[in-house]
Design a binder for this molecule. Structure first.
Ligand code: ZN
Length: 171
């Protein structure tokens, strides 16, 4: 079992801009397996390194319903975007909240795979939304940043309160 824990909004470490991965080696592959383990256990369909306080540009995702499509994206970069789509999004770092976010419908993305090979992928639907959401994490951005200030503050207050209650000792 991994010791990594998911950071939760409004933890300031989620605002860190991740650095480029310089080498895809076994240590990094081990870390990616840990990310999959945490993501599947959560459960979630995407998890960025930033969310477990590792500030490297990579994320994992699997938009299938049976864990059959694991994908890793290292140093991902969106080359093209087209169209718009609105999705009810949630985030493992903002537990319990789901809000509509507008993003590009189609994306063309370039990244390194788990062997360090450069790949170009064109995709749409849920995977395209997931890629944009996770790349935002690597840039220190959260889906709540797309909401109004009032809504974001309301979520922040509730999460801080919930966490205080969880941490409290009841005598
Ligand atoms: Zn997220």
């Amino acid at each position: 079992m991994t010791k990594l824990k998911i950071l939760e909004f409004p933890d300031p470490r989620l605002r860190t801009k991740a650095a480029l991965v310089e080498e895809v080696d076994d240590e990094l592959r081990k870390f990616m397996s840990d990310l999959f383990e945490i993501m599947y256990a959560a459960p979630g369909i995407g998890l960025a390194a930033t969310q477990v306080d590792v500030h490297k540009r990579l994320f994992v995702c699997d938009v299938s319903t049976d864990k059959s499509a694991p994908l890793v994206f290292i140093n991902p970069e969106i080359l093209e975007k087209e169209g718009t789509t609105v999705t009810d999004e949630g985030c493992l770092s903002v537990p319990g909240y789901y809000e509509e976010v507008e993003r590009a419908e189609h994306v063309k993305v370039q990244f390194l795979d788990r062997d360090g090979e450069s790949v170009e992928m064109q995709t749409d639907g849920l995977l395209a939304v997931c890629i944009q959401h996770e790349i935002d994490h690597l840039n220190g951005k959260l889906f709540v940043d797309y909401l109004s200030e009032a809504k974001r503050q309301r979520i922040r207050k509730k999460l801080v309160k919930e966490r205080r209650q969880q941490a409290a000792v009841v005598l």
